[in-house]
Ligand binder design. Sequence first.
Ligand code: AGP
Length: 600
Amino acid sequence: MCGIVGYVGKDKCVSKIIHGLEALEYRGYDSAGIAIFNKGKVDTFKEQGRIENLKKRIDLEAESHLGIGHTRWATHGEANKINAHPHTQGKFTIVHNGIIENYIELKQDLLKNGYVFLSETDTEVMAALLDFVYKEEKDVLKTIQKSCKMIRGSFALGILFHDNEDTLYATRLSSPLIVASGEEGNFIASDVPAILEFTNKYYLLDDLDIAVLKNESVTIYNQYNEVLKKELLTFEGNMEAGQKQGFEHFMLKEIHEQDNVFYETIHSYFDGSIDSLKQNFPDLSNFKKIDIVACGSAYHTGLVAKSLIEEYAVMPVNVEVASEYRYKQSFYDNNTLVILVSQSGETADTLAALRKAKTDGITTLAIVNVVGSSIAREADHVIYIKAGIEIAVATTKAYLAQLAIFSLLTIYFAYQRKLLKDEQINKIYEDIKKMPNLIRQIVDNQEYFMIGDKVFQHQNIFFIGRDIDYALSMEGSLKLKEISYINSVAYQAGELKHGTISLIEEDTPVIALSTKDELREKTISNIKEVKARGAKVIYVTTEMPKEKFYDEIILIPRVHPILQSILVIIPLQLISYKVAKNKDCDIDKPRNLAKSVTVE
Ligand code: AGP
C-alpha cells in the first residue's frame, strides 16, 4: 500500500505535502517523491528509501502552490528511484496507490503509439494512457473518466495536468482516497493522518468519483459527469494520534494506549446489560454458523473468536485467511454470517472476500477500525473498534480491540441461544470493569521486557499452545517475526512431537501458553517434552504450578475466559518489542511491510 498527498491553495505546497507524507509513511516507505507546479512547469523530485532522503533534495520553501506527493510500497518494479512516484508521460504527472492488472496489454498498445517508458511500474502506464486518451478527448475530466474505465484493478490517483496549473485532480477505484478542505487550501490524501495538522473535515470519494480541487473550491463528479453533493465528515480523533508523545516508537505508545482502547471499545456498545448489546449490535439471532475472514493479525483474532464462540455459543465457526477464502469453493448459506475483520478496512483480499459473500447474497458484518473505509462501507453491518489511529505497522491496540469486540459477540450469540444467563453476564461485566487496570498493570510490568533480553540473540523462537492458547501463540509469533526478523513458529502444543520437535536444540526458547484449565495438564506434558530436549521454556499461564518445569514464568491475572485472551497477548507484545529494540530494528516500519496491504 502507498501513501498519496496532494495540495492546492494559497500557501506554499511543499512542506504541507511532505508533512502529509511523513504522517503516511507507515503505509509504505520504499521510496518517496513529489511533483509541483513551478513557474508554469511541473518539477518532479524522487528518492529511494525514506522521506528523509527526499527532503535532502527539495526546497521546502519553493514558490509553488500545487503539488502531489507519494510514499511507496513497491508492487511492480524494484524499490528504486526510477520506479518511485510521481510518474510523468506527456501532459500528465500522477501518483498512484493500487494495482493496474491489465497494464501489460495497455503498455503494449501505448508502445505501438510511440510511448517510451523509463520505469517498470504500472503507474507510468496509467500516466501514458491519460496522455494518449487526452489527445483524442481534449477534456481532462472526460479523459480521466474514459481512461479509468479501461483499467482493471485498483487505483487511487493524484493527477496534475500540465496545462492547468491551478487544478488538482483525483479519483479512486477500491483504493482509499479522501478529499479535505481547510483554511489553508484543499487536500487529497490516502488517509486522515496526512491532513489532521490542517483540518479534520473531509469527503470520502466513492469508486470512480472524480474530485477537481482548486485554490478556493472542491467539486466532485460521479462517473457520469454529474456534480455530487458529498457529506463533509469530521474526524473524531486528533493530531496527537499522529505523534509519539514521548514514546520511542508508535508501537510502544499504542501498547500503552490499550487500557483506554479496551474501555472505549467495550463501553461504546456494552454497559453490562444485554439490552445495550441489542441496541448497539445488529440482530444476529438468525444465524446458525459463522465464517470469519481476515488477514494477518486480524485473522488471528478470528482464531481466538472461534474458540470462544464455539465453546460458549455452540455455533460452528470457520476461520479462513481472506486470500484463500476469496478463491475457494464456499459452503455458506443464508444461515451463515460472514464476519470480515480489518483494522484498516482496506485490505484487498479481505475486501474481495466481502464482495464475494455479498455477490452470493450472504450477510456480512465488518469489525473495522478506520471509519468510512471500504470494508466498513460495503459490509451489510459494521462494528467499529475504538482503537484510534494505529500508526505502527505491527498492530497491537487494534488487535486487542478486535478481541474485545469478539468477547462481546460471544456474549451476544450465547445469550441469544439461551446459553448464557443474566447472572453469568453480570459476573463477566464485573471482570470487564477490572480489565483497564489489569491491562495497565501488565503493560507497566518491566519483567516482561527482561524476558526479551534473554531470548533476542536466538535465531529461532517457538510459541506453543492448545486451542485458544494456540490462537494467541500465532499472534505472539507474528509480532516477533514482523518487527525483529527472528524466525518464529507457532505450533499446536500437541502437534510438536509429530516432526517439528526435531528443531528443538539446547537453549531454544519456547514460549508456552496455558490459560485453558481443561487443557493445562496436556500442555504441561508437551512443555516437559521440549524441556527434556534442552529448550528454554517461558511459561505463560494464569495458575502458578506446583513444580518448576519452566525457566521463566509470566503469571497473568485470571479473569473470565471470555476476556482472558485480551490480557495474555500483552506480554507477548512487550517481549517482541524488547527483542526488536535490542536488535535495533526499525520497529514502527519493519522492512518489506506496510500498514495495510491494499493490493493482492
Ligand atoms: C499485523 O501486525 C500486520 N501488520 C498485518 O498482519 C495486518 O494484521 C494484516 O495486514 C491485516 O491488516 P488489516 O487488519 O488492516 O486488514
